[in-house]
Design a protein around this ligand. Sequence first.
Ligand code: AMP
Length: 271
Amino acid sequence: MRKEGKKIGFVPTMGYLHQGHLSLIQASAKENDITVLSIYVNPTQFGPGEDLDQYPSDLENDKKLAEEAGADVIFIPDHHIMYKDNHATYVQVNGLTNQLCGYSRPTHFQGVTTIVTKLFNIVQPDHAYFGQKDAQQAIVIKRMVKDLNMPINIVVCPIVREADGLAMSSRNTYLSTEEREQAPILYQSLQKAKALIDSGERSSETVKAMIRQMIHGKSTTTEIDYVSIVSADTLEDIETLEDKILLALAVKVGKTRLIDNLQMEVGSYVN
Ligand code: AMP
């Protein structure tokens, strides 16, 4: 297809598709001649004690949804195809992977960059689509592509949410009814933080304290992994809020670790 001059779009996922994934497929289908979807629960991006073995799967439904959304090819490899017994090569992006999710998941991003490199080499897309939901992942992948001269354009698509603001995630299926009711607190605290910043607050610590209080105040079943405000380019912590910032959080609701984020431009003026 490439030799015929067709543009190839690629959407890597771990399956159990929801509207967030489908928005990436739809974006690709709009901008390319062929859209390739991969479904692969990549073991090297899971740490010990994480949910690799429980990760939800419904391949028949995924195939139906993917086709409706405009996928032309679905690639569902087995572990023995992706990782031979003597697999020895990993891709590591330094500097952007120790903080935020990389702090509590120290081997996660190496697993992501390695599998995405392998998938890029197999599919050889022109454009690859990622979600802003995994903001750090998108930044790491963009850096990898730039540093390693991969001839692929990375497109980052907006977060798709449930009606009550909860960011869609395959992991939301783990939530009990009570936990599901608490889960929108991530989004609500980000919205409140934005309002605080919009009204002139420029202290990162003050905004983070407000978010922490809001999440902890909600219930005893929420446990904060991190609440961070970082530069949206470098992912470095910032004290005084200015320019392009990323508010990012990871919170365990019961046993389920949820992430969410909000990117915004902070004006230099103070009201
Ligand atoms: P996953 O299957 O969780 O690895 O996600 C595959 C891709 O879908 C990643 O690029 C995610 O960032 C993206 N994605 C997951 N959830 C959402 C969402 N709620 N909105 C937009 N993109 C998403």
